[in-house]
Ligand binder design. Sequence first.
Ligand code: SF4
Length: 448
Amino acid sequence: MHYHIWTSGCQMNVADSQRVAAGLERLGYLPTKRAKDADVILLNTCVVRQQPEDKAVGRINQLKRVKARHPERVLAVMGCFVGVKSPVSLQKRFPWVDLFLPPSDPTDLWAYLAEHAELAEAQTLIADAEARRLALGRTDTILPPSEAGQTPTAYLPIVLGCSHACTYCVIPYRRGVERSRPVAVIVAEAEQLVAQGVKELTLLGQIVDRYGYDLPEFAGAEETPLVTLLYRLHEIEGLQRLRFLTSHPHWMKDDLLRAVAALPKVCEHIEVPIQAGDDEILTQMRRGYTVADYRRLVARIRELIPNVSIATDIIVGFPGETEEQFQHTYELLEELRLDKAHIARYSARPLTVATRTLEDALSHEEKERRRRVLDDLQSRILAAKNARYLGETVEILVAGYQERKNRWYGRTRTDRLVFFESAGDWLGQLAQIKITWAGPWSLVGEKS
Ligand code: SF4
């Protein structure tokens, strides 16, 4: 029996797919790279922009032929294309799909396999989920346990959904309101992953700094709940590195920054999107901070965390964005010289406030021109910043091997991607690499 999982989108989707894979392997399925060879096919989808949504629809349509030839095979669609609401309209639109699963919740897949594939073990997965649901007294999403597989790094979702209302964002509509997972559940899962060989954990949340605000165990707490969690996870023997993403400028507190500086295992890398460098646009996006606030935050992060690297997200071409407002974003990036900037074109999403109230008048070509202008700027900034690594020795956690180029790769604590060639098995090890080449997006070196 084989399974094939196709994953699109963010780290949260990657984490969800890893969990479904773990469950399917417990049922005796083996992975296959080709959907047409699989008994169970899962498409884990993203709709944060039109392009990934079109890709998902393309995949679903492509698999209509496979289902026609092999009706006994199971085709499931999961993630933000489905969302948390009833999938009735999707079932009408794609009748050849057996199952539509909400983000992070494959319970119905286990039920389907228990019934259709007569897999008694599937009942155990359902019972597990139910037991955890009851133990936590929560009716919402209960993630199945993850298995480490072969990688020394793993994602660990700690807060699901989002209760913010950025006007361009579809996530709250598709992943639901914010729900934090209890500390005990997260710590137990982290210990299990470390026992299976994981060396680095990345804690995930749409606004990861809002972790725990909805949990009774933190009611009235002075300390930021994420800080409490970081200290708990930091005690786990065998865990070498901790990361967290994605932060929000409004919710980053000083005690979190001090914890990053104080805890040796927590990597000095912060992902905090600004989205735009103009106050009017930020107001229309309902982000809840100003450019001056963000500038102060970056200065504070650099003051409290030595050698810190900072990554951000930018949306270009938001409805009504003038050339002058775009220039404000350009000038801010030029000034702050951040370590990474994910730059995306604005894409009108269904139901969002921006789509309902603002005209998306800028052409695709103009949005793409603005995206490229910022990308070129960031590439110049990074080429200059990375040049200082030449001749330096950096420590990386080796995360994998690139077959086609016969080289190992891993990341520094500041999230720089490093490649090196060396005999021996380096997977999961900390390696000291002397940098011999530096480009905007990666570094190359030799074992020192
Ligand atoms: S913080 Fe805003 S952009 Fe991020 S997931 Fe929530 S609504 Fe979307």
